[in-house]
Structures are given as structure tokens and as C-alpha cells.
Design a protein. Structure first.
Length: 342
């Protein structure tokens, strides 16, 4: 078995609440690792509304989703958390008092004295395009994410979609692909104007083929694609030989593996004690959008409060022999030293 990564607290989910938990834990000398399915931090703020303004973060009259994520990353810098991005936590089991073993879909194993589930609305999962018979190719020659660009070197690629992901990967993969065809249902792209311009320049100089229409048929065998048929809006069908298809149709949120961790759920949410934000399993916490309790409101500020109380309780699992002394950051030189300001 892979050598386990040992940590005080493992945080599942690097959304705003998981990030702030690092700060509250750090003030108490508790080290944290974070795992997130996404290849970036920030959860819903970064993935769903990076440019939208948020108006209800205490003492910050207005900040964008991504701005909040940047500020949180700056705030937790002194605690030097370790991020494991692009990985989904699949299993969680209690193996001692207090000790948890957690594994990811990429084979990492963690052992933590406490675990904070900050999984929000669950896992972001790619939307499957409406192409009959796509399932057998998924994970083999149909990919919803690019984990390693080199996998696509010298391959004939078909990228489908009109948003930022489709455009970014078109621009990044075109130089290494043997041939790249971008397919979108209309000749109007939602992505950043600069990316649209760069893509159009590539099309103009022959570096990328642009097809307006929809992929209607896949050909191949044993999970390996050989061609895709694209039906244009005028009804004409073009057959494009390809080795891989990369659809970027956005993400949906599904509860995912959280449902398999032996917790009694209430409407897909994890019930917690509101004094500690601990679940029914000692040492296992749930904070942010994933939890439920009487009066729960799914707001970032509520998640921040939950993270603070979770950290106070987690301290007893990490340092069972020590007594926790409450301190303010304004007046404690000890805390200020940890923050690097004293
Ligand atoms: C359009 C929109 C506007 C909003 N506006 C506001 C607002 O103005 N003010 C406000 O307070 N709130 C707002 N919200 C709600 C706010 O974004 C959420 O309350 C907040 O993001 C919850 O944070 P979180 O960290 O609990 O979860 P999330 O932000 O959902 O992050 C959870 C993370 O956990 C990861 N994850 C899940 N399962 C796993 C797993 N098994 N393994 C690894 N990682 C996993 C996910 O990939 C995700 O990144 C808005 C939400 C939306 C969609």
C-alpha cells in the first residue's frame, strides 16, 4: 500500500470554508492538508461565479468570488497548508482513537487525527454531452479534463464546447496535437474575448479546424475512438478521424462519495452538533454547505463561524494532553508570531 501522508487534520474540499478552516486550525498550531477534485482552490466561488460580486462578507462591502479566494489564500499563507488538487476523496474510515484513513481516486492515502468535510454541494462533475454510445469511451478516449497534456501529444483531437475550458484547451493543445478540431453548436463563443481572438487566429492560419454543429456519432472499438461525425446546422454531416474527444460542457454538483462514508445523511446533508460542528462520529467534522442543523443558512459567513468552532474542538483530538487557552489575534503576541506579524 502507498505510504500514508500523516497530518493533524485532513480537510476535504478547498472551497472558501475549507480554506478558512486552515486559518482557524493554524492559529491553534494544527497542520492541515486539503484535497479537492477541482484543479484549483475556491470551490463554488472560483468555479461558478469568479467575477460576480459578493456583498455579504462581514466588513468587506464588495468582493468578487475570485477576489475572496485570493484574499483567503493570502490569509492562510503563514500556515503553509498542503494542497492535493485534481483528486477526489473516495474512502474515509475510522482506524483508531482518534485516527482516520482517507484515500483518493489517484491512490493517495492520508492518516489524520481529525477530518473536516468541507465538501460544499458535493463533487463537481462534468456534464456528459448528449451523444449516444459515449459511455464505453469515457476515461479511455473521451476525457472531461486534461490531467496531463502530454497524453494528447501527436494525437488527432476533437474538442467540443464554447466556453473558457474548451477555448483554453484548444489554445494549449493545438501546438502539440497532430490535428485539432474545435466543435461548437453556434459560431458564438462564451469564453474570454482574448481566447476567442487567439482561437480565431489559429483557425485562420490553419492550426485548428473549426466546425459549427454537434457531434452525433462516434466510431471505434474497445474504448478507442477512431472517428466522430459532426452534423452541421444546415444538416450536412462531416466525418472527422480522431484519437480522442474532449467535451467541455460545464460542471454539475453531485453528492459523490460522501454518501458512502457511513454517515446518516439528512436530505444529502450531514447533520452536526452546532457547538462543535462534529458529526455523529467523534473527530469527524462537517462545515460549510455540506452540513445541516436547525436554522442552517448556506452562506459563506456561516461556514467561517463553523470552521472556527470546529478548530476549537479538533484541538482536543490533535493535542489531547494540552489545555486550550483562548486568545485574540489583536492582543496575543503568540498568535501574531504565528501570523508572521510580531
Ligand atoms: C451563483 C452563486 C452565488 C452565490 N453568492 C453568494 C453570496 O453572495 N454570499 C454567500 O455567502 N454565499 C453565496 N453563494 C454560496 C456560497 O458560494 C457557498 O455557501 C460556499 O461556496 C460554500 O463553501 P464551501 O467551502 O462549504 O463549499 P464549496 O464552495 O461548494 O466547495 C466545496 C469543495 O469541495 C470539493 N469536494 C466535494 N466533494 C469532494 C471529494 N469527495 N473529494 C475532494 N473534494 C471534494 C468540491 O470540488 C468543492 O471545490 C453563492 C453560490 C452561487 C452558486
Amino acid at each position: 500500500m502507498t505510504e500514508p501522508i500523516k497530518t493533524d487534520v485532513l480537510i476535504i474540499g478547498a472551497g472558501p470554508v475549507g480554506l478558512f478552516a486552515v486559518f482557524e486550525l493554524g492559529l491553534l498550531d494544527i497542520k492541515a492538508h486539503l484535497v479537492d477534485i477541482l484543479d484549483k482552490v475556491g470551490g463554488q466561488c472560483a468555479e461558478l461565479y469568479p467575477e460576480k460580486p459578493i456583498y455579504d462578507i462581514p466588513a468587506i462591502p464588495q468582493i468578487s468570488g475570485q477576489g475572496l479566494v485570493h484574499a483567503l489564500m493570502e490569509q492562510i499563507k503563514p500556515f503553509n497548508p498542503t494542497f492535493h488538487l485534481g483528486e477526489m476523496v473516495t474512502t474515509l474510515e475510522k482506524i483508531g482513537e482518534p485516527l482516520f484513513r482517507v484515500t483518493t481516486d489517484r491512490g493517495k492515502v492520508f492518516e489524520a487525527k481529525a477530518v473536516a468535510i468541507a465538501a460544499g454541494g458535493g463533487s463537481f462533475q462534468p456534464k456528459r454531452p448528449p451523444i449516444n454510445g459515449i459511455e464505453p469511451y469515457e476515461g479511455k478516449s473521451v476525457h472531461y479534463a486534461v490531467r496531463k497534456m502530454d497524453t494528447f501529444r501527436d494525437k488527432r483531437l476533437v474538442i467540443v464546447g464554447g466556453g473558457d475550458s474548451a477555448l483554453d484547451w484548444t489554445l494549449n493543445l493545438a501546438p502539440i496535437a497532430k490535428r485539432l478540431t474545435l466543435v461548437h453548436r453556434r459560431d458564438d463563443f462564451r469564453g474570454a474575448p482574448d481566447s476567442v481572438n487567439k482561437m480565431r487566429a489559429l483557425v485562420a492560419n490553419g492550426g485548428v479546424d473549426l466546425k459549427i454543429g454537434q457531434v452525433t456519432l462516434l466510431e471505434g472499438g474497445d474504448g478507442q475512438l477512431t472517428a466522430a461525425s459532426i452534423k452541421g446546422n444546415d444538416g450536412t454531416v462531416t466525418r472527422v478521424e480522431c484519437d480522442a474527444l474532449l467535451p467541455f460542457f460545464g460542471l454539475t454538483m453531485k453528492l459523490g462519495p460522501v454518501a458512502d462514508w457511513g454517515l446518516k445523511l439528512d436530505d444529502d446533508l450531514i447533520p452536526v452538533d452546532t457547538g462543535t460542528f462534529e458529526t455523529e462520529i467523534p473527530g469527524l467534522f462537517a462545515i460549510g454547505d455540506i452540513n445541516t442543523y436547525p436554522g442552517k443558512v448556506k452562506l459563506i459567513l456561516c461556514g467561517f463561524h463553523e470552521a472556527a468552532l470546529m478548530a476549537q474542538r479538533a484541538y482536543h483530538y490533535v493535542f489531547p494532553e494540552k489545555r486550550l487557552v483562548f486568545q485574540y489575534t489583536t492582543s496575543s503576541t503568540n498568535l501574531q508570531k504565528k501570523l508572521g506579524v510580531a
